[in-house]
Design a protein around this ligand. Structure first.
Ligand code: AHM
Ligand code: MG
Length: 336
């Protein structure tokens, strides 16, 4: 008989003493807001094809990327949900050029948290019914309470995150997050709108059998990455490894968290810093991977120690099972 999931995300949020800091209740409320917006977005994604929500807006975001209708819908859903609750003082979103300042209902700038987010990651996959996701990271503000949020509040290294996670809108909707005390996953029962703890204490296997990279960029990759890919393909011992690449980071990372492996988005000759954005893609995912016993670097340095200089800056990314990421780094180190 199928196992019945009984512990809900709501119960989990209030039932983990020691998991949160003194703001316990506030961080819980913030995560509640995210799970709620995730339901709204997940519901809309499930209706794609039935209502006129797929396709493009005819606009581009600050990074020159075409905006999909669902990109815009998800962005608004998360911003509205986070803005109305007097917890968050600022948001950086992939879809917004500049940070969003939130002064609070009393206009006194007393909210404590900043949120960085990619409201709908992998949106090139929406129109073809493939998993997409929301990625988020949460920080304490560093500017004084009572003053408007500053750029410095957003340009903190990833090691300052108090929580991070993603919601994958896949065969089921699942929210996976950490508050720095392990990683847990909650699957949404859409019939009653409740998330249940389905993946407690996720641990990335020490090594894996899957490498995940867009090999379409192969000829433009650094020599070290090319040689690592060839190594993965070589028949020796437990190799060749197998290849999987969804093209939605959330989906590729979710698989990596559960099954192990390596996910890479290297720099290439056309893209010196790769594609993934440090603040709202690489850092939250790096925090999750490390909290689950995995590793995440830019090929040379720990992602979480990089000091951001711009809100939309990009970084190469190598994350997953410790052994596989270290092996890729070894190839990069001897690139010559
Ligand atoms: P997006 O935020 O514009 O969707 O871009 C990020 C996505 C990641 O989810 C995914 O891993 C990557 O871009 C795929 O890029 P590519 O098509 O170059 O492989
Ligand atoms: Mg993205």
């Amino acid at each position: 008989m199928a196992t019945q999931r009984t512990l809900t995300l709501g119960e989990f949020l209030i039932g983990r003493p020691g998991d949160f800091e003194y703001e316990n209740a506030e961080l819980g409320r913030l995560l509640n807001a995210i799970r709620l917006a995730g339901k709204v977005v997940g519901h809309e994604i499930n209706r794609a094809g039935l209502v006129d929500i797929t396709g493009t807006m005819g606009t581009t975001n600050v990074q020159g990327e075409e905006q999909k209708k669902l990109d815009v819908f998800a962005n608004e859903a998360f911003i509205n949900t986070l803005t109305n609750r007097d917890i968050v003082c600022g948001i950086v979103s992939e879809e917004n050029d500049a940070p969003i300042h939130i002064s609070g209902a009393d206009n006194r700038n007393r909210n404590k948290y900043v949120v960085v987010m990619d409201p709908l990651d992998g949106s090139s996959n929406i129109d073809v019914n493939i998993t997409v996701g929301t990625i988020f990271g949460i920080y304490h503000r560093v500017s004084p309470i009572g003053t408007p949020v500053t750029l410095e509040d957003f340009l903190q290294p990833g090691n300052m995150q108090v929580a991070a996670g993603y919601i994958a809108y896949g065969t089921s909707t699942i929210m996976v997050y950490t508050t720095g005390n392990g990683v847990n996953g909650f699957t949404l029962n859409p019939a009653i709108g409740t998330y249940y703890l389905s993946h407690p204490n996720i641990q990335v296997p020490e090594t894996g059998r899957i490498y995940s990279v867009n090999e379409g960029g192969y000829v433009h990759f650094p020599e070290g990455v090319k040689r690592y890919i060839k190594y993965c393909q070589a028949e020796e011992g437990d190799r060749p490894y197998t290849s999987r690449y969804v093209g939605s980071m959330v989906a590729d990372i979710h698989r990596t968290l559960l099954q192990g492996g390596i996910y890479m988005y290297p720099k290439s000759s056309g893209r010196e810093a790769g594609k993934l954005r440090l603040l709202y893609e690489s850092n939250p995912v790096a925090f999750l991977l490390e909290q689950a016993g995995g590793r995440a670097t830019d090929g040379f340095q720990r992602i979480l120690d990089l000091k951001p200089t711009e809100i939309h800056q990009r970084t190469p990314f190598f994350g997953g099972s410790v052994e596989m990421v270290k092996k890729a780094e070894a190839f990069l180190a001897t690139e010559g």
